[in-house]
Design a protein. Sequence first.
Length: 254
Amino acid sequence: MQIDLNADLAEGYGQWRIGDDDALLDVLSSANLACGFHAGDPLIMEKTVKAALQRGVDVGAHVGFPDKQGFGRRPMQIDSDELAAMVIYQLGALEGIARAVGHRMTHMSFHGALGNMAAADSAVAAPLVAAVARFNPELIIVSSTSQAIEDAATSCGLRVATTFLADRAYDRSGLLVPRRLPNSVIHNEAKVLERVRQILRQGTVTTYEGEDLPMRPHSVLLHGDTPGALSLARKIRMEIEQAGGKVVPVSHLA
């Protein structure tokens, strides 16, 4: 079994830092970098890309709404053409930085509220995925389970790497439970590790409704801004290896 271990990084801004990105990059195989809309800035992006290159870690664009105050987790109503242009803008920002330092961008993912909206609604997903395909048809879309995104990617000839969000609750349709609901974010480390163990060994996740949902992800994701993220990343990697798996970058999988 080969599986990617990734996290959302580069989420600081200016003098403010979120998470221990350098230490996490020693554990991860891929990283999703904020591109200046919901978080991040050019210097943070460049430093993170350089650090990832030194460690052989894949980098991808983590594309979100233009909402730093809400960290991209507030839904916004934006015309689809304008939103598609924003997606391309963010992809171009990371692609330019990666190219300048000798790395390459291998994948992208939709962040926060934008990701939730695209996952649940094909009318949102289709133009955004098409924008990714116009930018670079070789990019891999890393996404939580979503028929809308998968169908749009298939239509555009793009590859999808399904990722399991270890600390987020899923509903019976495989979509993420909205953060406004109780227990939608799982903070207990032991419970997070138990969920990882279940997905690796049984191929299921217990949903918010208490049902076992089949899921065979290419990747396990954790949030780099979560307190204790470094310790959790190390323990998740250990769980993968103890289950007989090998941690590899997402570009080696999809």
